[in-house]
Design a protein around this ligand. Structure first.
Ligand code: GTP
Length: 419
């Protein structure tokens, strides 16, 4: 199956899904007819049935007959089976809905990158009729201009050349699809999706997420969005205002706490961040919270201070909750391009960053930075900010990301295929 088709099947309700839905409606309609018939029959036997039922109930109460128990159990099992099937169906429907809404969000959030990237790729494909060295050279430029990162682009071009040769592809149109496939492959590398996507949780109690990153990258907003998301999943969430350095940071986090409806532990400006986090942990424990999200100051100007502060904060967390922090999340502003890369290098030298949150991905035409971060720094992107709304935070999914980049082409491709 073609890769575009695979993505479409996964994220878009295509004609197949519509057909399935129609079939389901028809089935439901015919079930209704059968049900109506049964009700009519029931109606004609009304009196008899009631008597039967009463007799049966009293029999069961007076004399608990083994045989009847067995038949009842059997029918209970049948009902249970039906319910399980119904539940499975509705879970499936919900999952499909989730996938399509995730895809829609990535599609919308990546509009800027897609518009710039697709138009360049389309232009390239239109100008070259065959796949040759010049074609790859220009493609290299397109990828670099989308901030994919030189090392990643080189690797990508090399693999593309091999793949094109292996599949004996002549048509430049077909290369679009191979590019999308390779982007996903390069993103995952040797890792499985489950290993690098989604946030780590503590199965035995309090989960702690430590947020790091320089001022203004969207750290506070992201903490607010994540708190909202976890809370709407039914989790008891609390925050700790560990950025005691920047003026207004504590109040800003408090505002988010009020907006989302979660508790915030705070001290005065200029106080010891490790002490705030310690209190935050005690408060979370006493409230039996599921998740504690800790903010920290992003003092890049002085790497030694930053390192000392983060080391101290981590030591407190590790001592209070063994195995924590469950994620150290570095927030990077996608619109800052190569600057974000150098921040990531500095922070990963100062502390063990377990994942990246790429904020403001919706605000850049250079979304290729996702691949550069993952590939050149070997840190997975865990969450992406796709807008300013509280709900605009998504778990990163490489397939949905690539769908977002190629959505227009995937739609066109389907049209061509069905003509
Ligand atoms: N479009 C868009 N804007 C975002 C996103 N995330 C954050 N912002 C905006 O970026 C601006 C800065 O965000 P803040 O959360 O205040 O920045 P900050 O990182 O908390 O600053 P510090 O607390 O100093 O670290 C705000 O106007 C946010 O609304 C996003 O994913 N998309």
């Amino acid at each position: 199956m073609s890769f575009f088709k695979k993505l479409k099947d996964k994220f878009v309700k295509g004609p197949d899904a519509e057909e399935e839905k129609n079939d389901q409606h028809q089935e439901e309609a015919s079930e209704d007819v059968v049900e109506e018939d049964v009700t009519e029959e029931d109606g004609s036997l009304d009196g008899e049935t009631e008597v039967d039922e009463e007799e049966k109930v009293s029999e069961v109460i007076d004399d608990f007959d083994d045989e009847e128990q067995t038949s009842e159990e059997a029918s209970e099992e049948e009902i249970e089976e039906d319910t399980t099937e119904d539940e499975e169906e509705s879970v499936k429907a919900e999952e499909e809905e989730d996938r399509t809404s995730i895809a829609a969000k990535f599609k919308m959030g990546l509009a800027k990158t897609r518009n710039s990237f697709s138009s360049k790729i389309n232009d390239l494909v239109a100008r070259y009729r065959t796949v040759d060295e010049d074609f790859f050279e220009e493609l290299e430029e397109v990828l670099i201009s989308a901030d994919v990162g030189v090392t990643t682009v080189m690797e990508m071009i090399e693999e593309l050349e091999m793949e094109v040769k292996r599949r004996n592809v002549q048509d430049t149109q077909k290369v679009k699809e191979i590019i999308s496939e390779k982007l996903v492959e390069i993103y995952y590398g040797d890792d499985e999706a489950e290993e690098i996507e989604g946030l780590n949780e503590n199965p035995d109690g309090l989960t702690i997420y430590l947020f790091v990153g320089v001022n203004g990258v969207g750290k506070t907003t992201t903490i607010g969005k994540l708190a909202h998301r976890l809370k709407s999943e039914g989790k008891n969430v609390t925050l700790a205002a560990g950025d005691t350095f920047r003026a207004g940071a504590i109040e800003q986090l408090e505002e988010w706490g009020n907006r989302v409806g979660v508790n915030v532990t705070k001290h005065n400006e200029g106080s010891d961040p490790a002490a705030v986090i310690y209190d935050g942990i005690q408060s979370a424990k006493s409230k039996k919270a599921d998740v504690l999200i800790c903010d920290t100051a992003g003092r890049l100007q002085n790497k030694v201070n930053l390192m000392n502060e983060l080391t101290k904060v981590k030591r407190v967390i590790e001592r209070e909750v063994p195995g924590a922090p469950h994620e150290v999340l570095l927030v990077l502003d996608a619109t800052t391009g190569q600057n974000a890369m150098s921040q990531a290098k500095t922070f990963s030298e100062a502390t063990d960053v377990s994942g990246i949150v790429l904020s403001k991905l919706d605000g850049t035409a250079k979304g290729g930075i996702v691949l550069a971060i993952r590939n050149e720094l070997d840190i997975p992107v865990k969450l992406v900010g796709l807008g300013e709304k509280v709900t605009d935070l998504e778990t990163f999914d490489a397939h949905a990301f690539v769908y977002g980049l190629f959505a227009d082409m995937i739609d066109e491709y389907e049209e061509e295929e069905t003509v």
